[in-house]
Design a binder for this molecule. Sequence first.
Ligand code: XIL
Length: 326
Amino acid sequence: YLQDFTNFPMGNIVSAFKLSSTSSANVDFREVLLNDYNSITAENDMKMANIFTSAGNYDFSDGDAIVAYAKANGLRVHGHALVWHSSVPGWLNSFSGTNEEFEALIEAYVKATVSHFAIEKDANGNSIVASWDVVNEYFDGGSIRSSIFQQKIGDDFIDKAFQWAREADTDVKLFYNDYNIAGEPNKRNLIINKVNSMISNSVPIDGIGMQMHLNHNWPTSDLPLAIQQITDTSLLVHISELDVKANYGNDVTELTATRAQEQADQYQNASYHYTNIVPTAQQYGITIWGVRDQDSWLYDGGGDWPLLYNNDYSTKIAYDSFIDGL
Ligand code: XIL
């Protein structure tokens, strides 16, 4: 099983529904999950749009169900994601109060959510929710993304969010998470400079999540350099959302042997460079963004096959290649 090949946590994503559904597909899902993985991330259930129902009101029920499952089965939960431009509840998107009022709502949200999920502990007294992606995708290509948070709070909403999270829980690990860190050198430099300035200004940050949404044909050469540069910050390094599109460009109608091999090579690059470049003490783990192809956010109605398992939960050649790279 995957988790037996690593000294760091191996993760995958869940929903409260999949953890409780009695359909045979979901029973099989949980068997694979518990065999192969020891860390879980909520694919959507712990995002702001799902929790923040109205000013001062939070629905933690799906997150609580995930935490209870993790506690019962000895899994780590990585919290995802507190502040993300893509998960803003509708009522907040159309908020018409002042910027100060908006900021107060976000501060209250971050503190309430981090505090709530700090309550459940394992037998050793450690929080089941061990970490949070505090800010997701702050940068957009070569600049700070123009988001509702950036517009109403300012560029320093990122520093504030990390400070609010730390005030709510002194122990939980706080991560910055983003995509294309290997594929976009400009973005990578912005992230590294920002993180280094947060560290020198004593803004609390513990780790960086490299999402790692890869494609069968890119990126290739920059991956080890990117992992090395992220590692050089001395923070924890999490490959947080690994998947590999096999049909980038939609130019094939099935997973051909060539594409399956290219995909397997990309998975192996990720596991190989992660284990060989990141020192053990900085290895927070590798989380794969889905189990079966058909459950992937990139499945595209059968037009892509981004994950390690076929739809019947049999493993693809990428699964063995990923293990070979560990
Ligand atoms: C995706 C989920 O997989 C989808 O189900 C949802 O519709 C949108 O979000 N980067 C992230 C993740 O940080 O939260 C995203 O997850 C994928 C991209």
